[in-house]
Design a protein around this ligand. Structure first.
Ligand code: ADP
Length: 207
């Protein structure tokens, strides 16, 4: 039995937390934890390029030719190629260097800029991986706290984006994100209602 957490906000907006493979998400945009060169890489970046096919890299090359490398904390969109998602939004998370080099602000900026861009593209639904928590080494508890704060603040302001999913890649990351989300809402009970949703089959997504 799979479990999801739904953070239900006022105005019909919602943030979901689930464990899974982001490349399989049926949303308008999935977010790529890219590097500045936008030339692909390992981890979730490699998985997205493999699943979406060469059209994504071709568009990344055009973006870099036009505007150079993507600075940390910023976001650009490309096609989703063969993915279910029509768009990939690439953002560059900070490399963890101990926490005194602006990492928290840069990681929050990834979430904010990505949601802004999705809203400018008039998208409705989007999914994030746990940016910077792989090769870039960001401590997962701190990354989860930033992800919830930045996303819930932005979701209160969006015009078209009404559903955000955090799709994490392990049981442990799910547990850490769930705890961080619950703690955030405990301190702000009027912000969201939390629902635990049990899915009866692995492919069932919508409650
Ligand atoms: P970064 O360089 O930003 O740390 P990584 O790709 O190394 O990026 O890791 C970011 C997070 O994405 C990690 O928590 C990793 O476990 C997770 N991840 C890797 N592949 C997938 C996938 N297919 N779906 C969702 N998350 C993934």
């Amino acid at each position: 039995m799979r479990e999801l957490l739904k953070f239900e906000l006022r105005g019909g907006h919602a943030l979901f937390l689930e464990e899974g493979d982001i490349t399989r998400q049926a949303v308008d945009a999935i977010v790529n934890a890219a590097n500045s060169s936008l030339m692909g890489g390992g981890g979730v970046d490699g998985a997205i390029h493999r699943a979406g096919g060469p059209a994504i890299l071709e568009e990344c090359k055009r973006v870099v030719a036009r505007q150079g490398h993507l600075p940390t904390g910023q976001a650009v969109s490309t096609t989703g190629g063969r993915l279910k998602a029509a768009f990939v939004i690439h953002t560059v998370g900070p490399i963890w260097r101990g926490g005194m080099e602006g990492e928290a602000g840069l990681l929050a900026s990834c979430y904010r800029e990505t949601i802004h861009l999705a809203d400018r593209l008039h998208l409705h639904t989007m999914a994030f991986p746990a940016i910077s928590t792989g090769v870039y080494g960001y401590p997962v508890t701190q990354a989860a706290e930033i992800a919830f704060r930045a996303t819930l603040e932005e979701l209160a302001e969006t015009r078209t984006v009404h559903e955000v999913r955090f799709v994490v890649f392990s049981d442990e990351a799910y547990r850490i994100f769930a705890d961080a989300g619950r703690r955030y809402i405990e301190d702000r009970p009027s912000l969201a209602k939390i629902h635990k949703i049990q899915l009866s089959s692995p492919d069932e997504r919508e409650p």
